[in-house]
Design a protein around this ligand. Structure first.
Ligand code: ZN
Ligand code: FE
Ligand code: FE
Ligand code: ZN
Length: 275
């Protein structure tokens, strides 16, 4: 099945120290694969050296914005370029992130959970900390933090909503605790009127699955939660990665629309099959 392209709102720049390609190259790659709209969302600065090796510094924020604005203006007749950020949600840092968000007229902010307390659970360098973990407890704690991120009111899109599965660690399939934690997470997302990200990044990771799981997508669809697409590209060649697979999955789960953002206003657009 083929679909009209939808916006890809999740891509990075080398300022986060683990991506390659300048913004112009991401835009050119988007045009080459037929996209009409993208948004840059590099890893935001965080306070007090939090996870500093994996994000831009605050001193780099100005040039990030200048670079994206310049590409947006230069490509305006061929491609819509939105300006966003992937901010971490980490309890205790909310005041800083709130101030950062208020400091610029963003098109959208993705809120992502990459840490459980001091553990970067999706960081390859910290993968040994999975040894001996209570996987069920880790999932429950993770979904609890994601729920809290939604309720913080700071974010437009909840990033890769079951990132905890990245390396393939799985709780028991019949875990009621995990199902309840997922449900609470989705209820929080609905109450806070955030969109959920459907991310193709998981397909490129050991888990080899889209984020989030089809079960979560189907329940979100029942609850009327909107979706936004993100490839989480860390290289220009990943822009739009597996968009058609993600759209097919949304459609099969009963989702009919996809979200677009401008000046932190969300609009909904039909997912259109072609051919
Ligand atoms: Zn990253
Ligand atoms: Fe992320
Ligand atoms: Fe990302
Ligand atoms: Zn990400």
């Amino acid at each position: 099945m083929r679909y009209m392209p939808v916006p890809d709102y999740h891509m990075h720049t080398p300022r986060c120290k683990h991506a390659i390609g300048d913004v112009r190259e991401y835009a050119a790659a988007a045009i080459a694969v037929g996209l009409k709209e993208i948004g840059m969302s590099d890893h935001s600065p965080m306070p007090d050296g939090f996870d500093a090796a994996w994000r831009m510094q605050r001193s780099e924020l100005g040039e990030y914005l200048e670079e994206v604005e310049a590409v947006r203006d230069r490509f305006a007749d061929k491609l819509t370029v939105r300006i966003g950020l992937e901010a971490d949600f980490h309890p205790g840092t909310e005041d800083y992130v709130h101030e950062l968000i208020a400091s610029y007229p963003w098109d959208y902010i993705i809120g992502s959970v990459h840490h459980i307390r001091d553990w970067g659970f999706d960081n390859e360098e910290e993968i040994s900390r999975w040894d001996g973990q209570d996987i069920e407890a880790a999932y429950c704690e993770y979904f609890g933090i994601v729920a809290q991120s939604a309720r913080s009111g700071m974010f437009d899109i909840i990033g890769h909503p079951d990132l905890i599965k990245k390396f393939g660690h799985r709780p028991p399939a019949d875990s009621r605790r995990v199902r309840e934690a997922e449900e609470q997470m989705l209820q929080s997302v609905r109450e806070s009127d955030c969109a959920l990200e459907i991310s193709s990044a998981g397909l490129r990771k050991p888990v080899a699955e889209v984020y989030p799981h089809g079960r979560i997508i189907a329940r979100a669809a029942e609850l009327g939660i909107p979706f936004a697409f993100g490839s989480d590209a860390h290289a220009p060649g990943q822009v739009g990665h597996a968009m058609a697979d993600c759209l097919a999955m949304l459609v099969s789960c009963g989702v009919k629309e996809i979200s677009a953002f401008e000046s932190r206003q969300r609009t909904s657009h039909p997912i259109q099959q072609i051919g």
